[in-house]
Design a protein around this ligand. Sequence first.
Ligand SMILES: [Zn+2]
Length: 369
Amino acid sequence: MNIIPAIDETEIMTDYHYLHQHGEVAFHEHETTAYLARRLDDMHIAYEHFNGMTGLIATLGAGSPVIALRADIDALKQTYQNKLQVVHSCGHDGHMSLALSVGRYFSAHPHGLHGTLKLVFQPSEETGEGAEAVLKTGQLGHIDYFYGVHVRPQQEVAFGQCEAIIPHGSTQTITGTITGQTFHAGMPEQGHNVIEAFTRLNEKIMAIDLDTNVPYSAKATIFKAGDSTNIIPGTGTFALDLRAQTNDTMADLTKIVDQIIADVQDDHFSVRTNKTGFSPAAIPSKNAIGYMSQAITAVLGQRGLVDSVPSAGGDDFHFYAYSHPEIQSTMLGLGCDLTPGLHVPSMTFKTDALFYGAKILIDAISRTA
Ligand SMILES: [Zn+2]
């Protein structure tokens, strides 16, 4: 068990280079899916395409436990080098290469796997919709352990180091429209000014004070109303950005914000809202983190395992454990000297990190029992 697995570095780089050059946006990862299928065919690994969408799920071994590994497969449409193009600026090309190398290892070393391994090549992480879409297909089946992986910015985790969990917080966006009464500013008493209603709403948002040590925030990020200097605006739109480090705190925060919005409404003002962009927080699993920590230490030594850095970002990976609380999950945070940051079109990282990343994932999966 403590033997560090041998991986094929050349194959990892072949996959990485192809996938890096062929980025595709969310739910349009057709070439990507075809490439993954070809590579799985070459390795004689069984897989199913997801019904009605891109991505696929491969299965190795049999019986329990059922261990899944998620690789997200989409890229981002961005302007890079003065050209609008689809760029893998979130490192999903690396994640796919890792999942393929894990499949390659266990197809050659089936005795190293206890139970079943499912490689989940998930579309559309960037829109936050992919994990829920995969869950909706019903093709996932029962899962005991669910692992994910994400490259980390250099300022969070350096090359040669990893974290055994990425403590993503929960995020939620609320957009809304306030309706009052438009009127000439010379007769303000005839109108109902939505700026005043929004000011009341925002003052209450700013005064939220939850009784918790868990970090959270609720901030207005958009407010638009009026386009004439002499007219009382009767409609306005706004957006609120909610964040919390745990799902329970997000639930409390959302309830309070909903109440504040309800309280702003009276005979003069109505508010219509829409919730979008919900992403659950990571749900720490002691066992999954334990296996991942042991694997990091086995491959990189004690100094390779670093304390997790709370991440302001979110990941739809956490929908799996959020919707199935019996699933034990964690994400490997792969240090790789990634600069200048995720989603920056010029983002680069040291691809040598993929070699130890593959070994850590293989080792963690072999330990999972
Ligand atoms: Zn990503």
